[in-house]
Design a protein around this ligand. Structure first.
Ligand code: ADP
Ligand code: MG
Length: 690
């Protein structure tokens, strides 16, 4: 329950002086619906007003002039501005007003009157002008014009100055709250208290005060992270309290493990160990398995599925595309079968009697494991006792979709698998309420992918070499450039490239792109996987997760246009078999500095986690492949990149606080509770991972 001390901050913004029905929508849009939201609306700028005169007025600056009113010029035609011609000893200054009706300006500022005017200086022809001056007052009121003015984000419906007024009003309502931060930590950071920090945030004196590094801003950012992490941790614990079937390591799992043609890596063993502990706990697992492409997530999933089956329950593995689901089924199905577990593949293509038969098997429990696409969570699909849901390439599914699959059983253990390594900061903000296992070790014997950056000018040389390699049996991907983030123009470029390559290369070449119907795309990919195509040209949609071990060459055109994580994902399509693999990054010279860094990083490392960190840093975050759609939490003052180390500290702090005082009943606990209520992170926020 919300503590009473916060009530004034949770009042609607309409309770602030001056926020009437006309301004309300604009204020709500800008800041949010509550008084609290205005507190957290950071100023966007500072204006320093300098004194000037007509001859030395500086265009673009905000300046103040002492003038005499010379003449009022009414608009000579509709749409023309109203003009007040003013002068000082050095020349003329025109004040421009649009949409003026009546004579109130003339009455307020009669000809011959002295006025101090202030606003942004513009030039129109030879004349100096100010459109809608911020201030126009008699000399005796000149002292009202602030020399330093705090500017807020504004919009069509509300001005910066109005916003400022509302913010100051909101600030008056901010109570003194008991400090929730650890005193020693706060002292080390040299941070002011909560209320002082807010006051400082809204009273900047220098540009430095506006920066993300300003101490009050950092304190408030930390608070925001801490509140969020606390909410995520508490959500995690409440999840852990949800009962779920006990699934135990059985004979099937052991048989599969023994039959594997390889040894599990240490990371795989650790991950399956963590998963088994969750599944045997009697409480629902909610775990994310993070691992680079090729890290071997599938086999970890298989062992978990086998545990579910041998414990007398059912499991399901859902993949985002038909081809991936099929690939899983074809590779894993036989392993399960050999261990006495029945599996089916269920996709949109299943129709009629065949489909009915599969559905019967799942409903009766005759089938223990289902592989499939979205088709798995349709209404008609009923499981006898689904206890484990695995979602491959989880970012390709919406929260609701993952939940729909989970809802097919009671207390279903959920394992999400992600092939997009994400930085630790992002992991904390996105998935802080999940347990995470990381596969940070690749299976042994992987040969590094020889990665080279080559200017497009040497295209013919590349295609000649490619031709030779393809003729000797290799297969290649050729990724076409991102032309304009638009599938249409990307497609045009890809089509032109196919025509060109068909002339240059002596093997059959296919094309896949995002606008193709799924079935057609799958068919081309299948032709490639089965060796009927020597190369495929693709827009950036080459399905993540598709495994064609014989494909050893990756060419990426206009590599300079791609983000680092995306390049890494694309490169990960090759290097999956025993052959030597190569990746050629074609670029248009000259490279920009940031593009050069990206290509260098890629040439130097193939550690997905490292690359993700670099990408995050270089791009300023928020744009990692596949994460666009999930979106970051809507932080108000905190910035997960600029305040990275604060986020990490807040995450530790949150865990520690809850470990010591799970119910938040100690004195500090109670202060912390106020903090969490202040931010009020809803556990069921729409972007929450299922
Ligand atoms: P991803 O993590 O991208 O889903 P996969 O599960 O598809 O990776 O595994 C990639 C390849 O590595 C597969 O061919 C798989 O059989 C193989 N593999 C998985 N684990 C090991 C291991 N411990 N040793 C050798 N090869 C492995
Ligand atoms: Mg995979």
């Amino acid at each position: 329950m919300r503590p009473e001390i916060l009530f004034p901050l949770f009042a609607p913004v309409s309770t602030l002086k001056g926020v009437g029905p006309k301004l309300l929508p604009a204020v709500e849009k800008l800041a949010g619906p509550l008084v609290r939201d205005l507190l957290f609306l950071a100023p966007s700028n500072l204006v320093f007003r300098t004194q000037s005169d007509a001859v030395s007025a500086r265009e673009g600056e905000v300046q103040t002039f002492a003038v005499t009113i010379g003449q009022h010029l009414r608009p000579h035609k509709i749409g023309a501005p109203y003009k007040i011609r003013c002068f000082d000893q050095t020349g003329f200054i025109n004040l421009i007003y649009f949409k003026v009706f009546g004579d109130h300006l003339e009455k307020a500022h009669p000809v011959g009157a002295a006025r101090v005017v202030s606003g942004k200086v513009e030039r129109f022809g030879n004349e100096v002008q100010i459109a809608h001056p911020d201030w126009i007052v008699p000399p005796e009121q000149a002292g009202d014009i602030p020399e330093v003015e705090t500017v807020y984000p504004a919009s069509a419906g509300v001005t910066s100055r109005q916003v400022r007024r509302f913010v100051l009003n909101a600030l008056e309502k901010a109570p003194d709250l008991t400090e929730w931060q650890d005193p020693a930590f706060r002292q080390r950071q040299r941070w002011p208290g909560w209320r002082e920090s807010l006051e400082a945030l809204h009273a900047p004196q220098t540009q430095a005060d506006l920066s993300l590094d300003a101490l009050p801003r950092r304190r408030l950012a930390y608070d925001e992270f801490l509140a969020h992490q606390l909410a995520l941790c508490r959500r995690k614990s409440s999840r852990r309290a949800e009962a779920a079937p006990v699934l135990k390591l059985g004979a099937a799992s052991a048989a599969i493990d023994a039959a594997l043609p390889f040894e599990l890596t240490g990371a795989q063993r650790r991950a399956i160990g963590e998963i088994r502990a969750d599944m045997a706990s009697g409480y629902a697992m909610a775990r994310l398995l993070q691992g680079d492409v090729g890290a071997g997530k599938t086999v970890v999933g298989v062992l978990a599925l086998a545990d579910a089956a041998s414990s007398g329950f059912q499991g399901a593995l859902m993949a985002p595309t038909e081809i991936l689901a099929r690939q899983h089924y074809e590779r894993i199905g036989p392993m399960l079968q050999a261990a006495g577990i029945n599996a089916v593949l269920l996709t949109g293509r299943d129709k009629g009697a065949g489909r009915a038969e599969k559905l019967r098997g799942l409903a009766s429990g005759a089938v223990q494991v289902a592989f499939g696409t979205h088709a798995l969570f349709q209404d008609e699909v009923r499981f006898k006792n689904l206890a484990l849901a695995i979602v491959d390439e989880q970012h390709r599914f919406g929260v609701a979709q993952r939940k729909q699959l989970q809802d097919k059983g009671q207390g279903v253990h959920l394992l999400s698998m992600s092939a997009t390594p994400i930085p630790r900061t992002l992991e904390l903000t996105q998935y802080g309420d999940l347990d995470v296992s990381r596969l940070d070790e690749k299976p042994p014997g992987r040969k590094p992918i020889a990665t080279r950056a080559v200017p497009t000018a040497r295209l013919s040389e590349i295609t000649a070499r490619l031709d030779a390699a393809l003729k000797s049996g290799a297969q290649a991907y050729w990724i076409c450039p991102l032309v304009a983030e638009s599938e249409v123009s990307d497609l045009a470029a890809a089509e032109a490239r196919v025509v060109d390559l068909r002339q240059r290369l002596g093997v059959p070449i296919g094309l896949v792109h995002g606008q193709m119907p799924a079935a057609e795309k799958d068919a081309v990919m299948a032709d490639f996987a089965d060796g009927r195509l020597g190369a495929i040209v693709a827009t950036t949609v080459v399905e993540v997760g598709v495994d064609v071990p014989n494909a050893t060459i990756m060419v990426i055109e206009h590599a300079e246009r791609f983000g680092l994580a995306q390049l890494h994902q694309l490169r990960g399509r090759v290097g999956r078999g025993s052959g030597e693999s190569s990746c050629i990054l074609l670029y248009d010279a000259p490279l920009s500095e940031s593009a050069r860094i990206r290509l260098d990083v890629l040439r130097q490392t193939d550690d997905g986690f490292l690359i993700a960190e670099e990408d995050w840093r270089l791009r300023g975050g928020g744009d990692l492949l596949g994460l666009k759609q999930s979106g970051l939490p809507d932080y108000k003052l905190a910035d997960p990149i600029a305040h990275r180390e604060l986020l990490l500290a807040a995450a530790d702090d949150a865990r520690l606080i809850l470990a010591r005082d799970p119910e938040l009943t100690s004195p500090r606990g109670q202060a912390v509770r106020v903090l969490t209520e202040l931010y009020d992170w809803k556990p069921d926020r729409p972007d929450a991972p299922a």
